[in-house]
Design a protein around this ligand. Structure first.
Ligand SMILES: [Zn+2]
Length: 511
């Protein structure tokens, strides 16, 4: 029998050793005392989809989009340089839920899943002694949650928080969601030219829909919030339901709640709609990118205002959820995480997040961690990654950290004696690449200290050598206006070598 310390034992021991020795008194409540008293702490992860740190006033955005978050940040650990691991829902969420990078878990395509052999390598599996509950408005997230179903005690179907949905057709074609959506469109939808397979059903459906949403339509001047089609929802109702459900849930619980706002379509409640329509906010002039979507400045300006209003709506609802949790006493014994799966872009001719680029608005996301009963705030400026969340939450609740996670325990929770080396933060985009093949068409980001290198390969927009490299100093040039890849050649080539080595390693199983 091996008498030496395992990595897990080392981490556990380290966390105990650091207690009271190195942690300042103001942060001594951080998790561990609760474990020592034998009271297991709950975990609640709240995701708002496509929420960019760039547009959050807590992080310095000049439109006041997050008054509640700014207020609540005084009771949280706030991460100022936190990065998603992918630029859209599938890879971003999969990394958050597995603690692995997209080139490892391979959920890289729209509608993708993680590698079959990784189905049990997920955060729910690591909290096996907890009541595990999960909900998402977003079908792409539900594809992943369904893959992890064995490890979730209470999977709440997306329809639960839809006002009205196309679940009828989905049920009829449950084996094939693609056919379901085509069938739905063909049979039910009244197309612009008035054509549908069933005028009778279309008429009936439209009447039924109007009836179901009539009561709340007036609260949404831009239309009802929806998730991919006719899946209308009301965030307020979703937050109420969540607060209610958690009031009576079995403890300890691990909750994952993934709401769609402020993801497109941007449809804020009337209390927020129009708030930024006519203000004097002006964006910095940035040249169109090589990967431009050819969106005009006027279009981007308008969409940005709608998006910012939707963030204002999200901020208010998160504030309400926080109050609900506080008044029911849950906060005192729960770690609450506020974050997102990826960002959103309104610059360089690019809109939203269907882009091969990794500019800050699309990849830098918020992260706030509220410790149980935490009453003071602190800021972390070290670059951190979505894959760090899983090991951190396991660590602070006294769980073992599985060997397969690629993340690290976040500061300030990391034991100070952990031998931390220079740690790079990665993101990977490869939505058009076969998940079971080497990454020939991909973008990889590496952030190390103040530098961010973005490497592109295999896109038809690229020149003859089929590659592109960008280097930014995100500390001195947070708007990424100056590409340093030529003037700081040494740094660029050093980081590029690291990326290429990692790419090669990740490709190996697929060669
Ligand atoms: Zn998303």
């Amino acid at each position: 029998m091996n008498q030496g310390l395992s990595r897990r034992d080392f981490l556990k021991l380290a966390s105990l050793m650091s207690l009271g020795i190195a942690i300042p008194p103001s942060v001594q409540y951080l998790g561990i005392p609760g474990i020592l008293q034998g009271k297991r702490q709950n975990v609640l992860i709240v995701i708002f989809d496509a929420l960019s740190a760039y547009n959050i006033s807590l992080y310095g955005y000049s439109r006041e989009t997050t008054p509640n978050l700014t207020r609540l940040a005084k009771r949280a650990t706030v991460y100022h340089n936190h990065f998603a691991s992918g630029s859209f829902t599938t890879p971003g969420t999969a990394s958050l839920l597995t603690g692995m990078l997209p080139w490892t878990h391979r959920a890289i395509r729209i509608n993708g899943k993680v590698k079959t052999s990784f189905s049990n390598k997920n955060i729910f599996n690591a909290f096996t002694d907890y009541h595990r509950i999960a909900y998402s408005h977003n079908p792409l997230v539900n594809i992943l949650l369904k893959q992890f179903l064995e490890d979730i005690n209470e999977y709440v179907p997306q329809e639960k928080l839809y006002l009205f949905s196309d679940s009828l057709i989905r049920d009829l074609f449950s084996k094939d969601e693609d056919i379901a959506s085509i069938a739905w469109t063909r049979i039910m939808k009244h197309k612009e030219d008035g054509y549908s397979y069933s005028l009778f059903l279309t008429h009936l459906y439209e009447k039924y829909r109007e009836y179901k949403v009539a009561d709340i339509l007036e609260f949404f001047p831009y239309g009802l919030p929806e998730s991919y089609g006719d899946n209308y929802f009301n965030l307020q109702q979703g937050i109420d339901w969540t607060g209610d459900r958690l009031k009576n849930i079995t403890h300890p619980f691990f909750g994952y709640f993934h709401y769609l706002p402020p993801h497109w379509p941007y449809k804020p409640h009337r209390d927020y709609a129009g708030q930024f329509a006519n203000d004097s906010w002006k964006s910095l002039i940035k040249p169109d990118d090589l990967f431009t979507d050819d969106k005009s400045k006027e279009f981007l300006h308008k969409q940005r205002a709608f998006y910012d209003e939707f963030i204002l709506n999200v901020d208010s609802e998160f504030g309400r959820l926080f109050n609900l949790l506080e008044s029911s006493g849950i906060l005192d014994n729960t770690w609450v995480v506020f974050t997102s799966d990826h960002g959103e872009m309104f610059e360089r001719g690019i809109w939203a997040h269907e882009t091969p680029t990794f500019y800050q608005p699309v990849i830098r996301v918020p992260l706030l961690i509220f410790g149980p009963g935490q009453q003071s705030g602190q800021s972390i400026y070290t670059p951190t990654s979505a894959i760090d969340l899983m090991p951190t939450l396991l660590h602070v609740t006294g769980h073992d950290i599985p060997e397969w996670t690629e993340g690290s325990i976040l500061p300030p929770y990391a034991p100070l004696i952990t031998p931390l080396g220079k740690k790079g933060i990665y993101a990977v985009e490869a939505r058009y690449n076969d998940p079971a093949a080497p990454l020939v068409r991909a973008t990889v980001m590496l952030v190390e200290d103040n530098y961010k290198l973005v490497y592109y390969r295999g896109y038809e927009e690229l020149d003859l050598n089929n590659e592109r490299t960008q280097l930014f100093n995100i500390q001195t040039d947070p708007e990424e206006l100056i590409d340093l890849s030529l003037s700081k050649k040494e740094t660029a080539s050093e980081l590029l070598n690291v990326i290429k080595t990692r790419l090669k390693e990740s490709d190996e199983p697929y060669l």
